[in-house]
Design a protein around this ligand. Structure first.
Ligand SMILES: [Zn+2]
Length: 401
């Protein structure tokens, strides 16, 4: 049993923080939350491990809805590296990235595509306790058209029949959800376009077959038409939506699509060294349009969930707190930015009954940070303790020693 005492609590339900409270964890779960009162511990808690939460804030562990742990964000071209190194080497890096994410407070993560089912292997190794990392939901290889974005490590499929078969193959091989690449990558092309690579009918065929297999679909979509196709086709989330205009965002709103804007990619790439003048120019346009799209989405009340897209050049598994701050910078109130990083992700992944809020009965995936993040979201990077399934996963201050 663990009791985190005298702590300020952001439970993800209330519109602010409260406290000081004591949060009691027994086994995997939170069993009680009560106002702190001085005095001896209540009956049954005499032998509990007590952690001093004063001056600190407790919240639900982060959910990173878009990660690529096998890709090396520090390599010159991490995506190309795939073809050159053996999978055994890649999986070791993936394990290191997952461990780094957990230390930064990410207790749940959704893979956005990996080569050769490496995320399935990593998920199972983490679940078995062989290597530390967030509870991972695996996609397997992303579905992409022949020669489409990410084909080097995706599963190429063209037309509804092949896409349906690809969904079945991924699920057979262990995928928890399906990732589709519905457009090109705007930044990697020679014009800022993000042109659609799948038709609405193709994405709809993927969604239908995934639903039959009780799986949700996430869609990489950057150009306006591609975002609209994906939303109309019924995907659970659109990733990026860099170039979506207001009419398309209204379609997302109507369809109940969650937006995972991956703002940190644009943030990092805006200052990435070593770019050609042409790339600098295109990134400037993209940054402006991406800001407009996300700010509109937030104004319109489209549900936002955080995803780092870590693995992309310069974007690290530790960047989830930065993504939350970026969401605030695009118009979310601090409390809603924290919800985007916790409960909204849990909802998107279908795990809201288990995680995402701090309540009695929920799984004790918890993050303790210094100070008050509602006053300064940078506090989310000052991790004091990470609990995963009720066990201490990271204790950089020696609070549980
Ligand atoms: Zn991605």
């Amino acid at each position: 049993m663990i009791v985190i005492e005298k702590v300020r609590l952001i439970d993800g339900i209330a519109d602010g923080a409260r406290g000081p409270v004591d949060v009691v964890v027994d086994g995997e779960r939170i069993v009680a939350i009560r106002d702190h009162r001085p005095g001896p511990p209540p009956a049954g808690e005499e032998t509990a491990r007590r952690i001093d939460g004063s001056g600190r804030t407790l919240l639900a562990g982060f959910v990173d809805c878009h990660c690529h742990y096998p890709i090396d964000p520090l390599a010159d071209d991490g995506f190309a590296l795939f073809g050159q190194e053996p999978h055994e080497r890649t999986i070791l890096r993936a394990a290191r990235s997952a461990a780094a994410a957990l230390r930064a407070g990410v207790t749940t993560a959704r893979s956005a595509g990996a080569p050769g089912n490496l995320d399935v292997v990593l998920r199972d190794a983490i679940a078995a306790g062989d290597t530390p990392g967030p509870r991972l939901l695996a996609a397997g290889p992303a579905l992409t058209i022949t020669g489409g974005h990410g084909w080097l490590f995706g599963r190429e499929a063209d037309g509804e029949l092949e896409l349906v078969r690809a969904v079945r193959t991924n699920v057979r091989d262990g995928a928890d959800h399906i990732k589709v690449v519905a457009s090109e990558a705007a930044m990697l092309t020679t014009a800022v376009a993000g042109v659609e690579e799948m038709t609405e009918a193709e994405v709809a065929a993927v969604v239908r077959e995934a639903a039959r297999l009780r799986r949700r679909v996430m869609a990489h979509a950057q150009g306006d038409q591609a975002v609209r196709n994906a939303a109309r086709a019924g995907v659970a989330s659109v990733e990026h939506a860099f170039l979506a205009n207001d009419e398309t965002l209204a379609v997302m709103k109507e369809c109940g699509t969650t937006l995972v804007p991956t703002l940190t990619v644009t943030d990092v790439w805006s200052a990435l060294p070593g770019r050609s003048p042409d790339q600098v120019e295109r990134q400037a346009v993209l940054s402006r349009l991406h800001r407009r799209s996300t700010e509109s989405a937030i104004r319109m009340g489209i549900p936002i969930a955080t995803g780092t897209d870590c693995g992309v050049k310069g974007v690290l598994p530790e960047h989830l707190a930065r993504e939350i701050r970026n969401a605030w910078d695009h118009g979310l109130a601090p409390i809603d930015a924290i919800r985007a990083g916790t409960v909204n992700g849990a909802r998107l992944l279908g795990l809201a009954d288990e995680i995402g809020t701090v309540e009695a009965g929920k799984v004790a995936d918890l993050l303790l940070v210094e100070g008050d993040p509602l006053a300064d979201l940078r506090r989310l990077e000052e991790v004091a303790l990470v609990l995963q399934r009720g066990r201490i996963a990271h204790d950089p201050r020696g609070l549980a020693a």
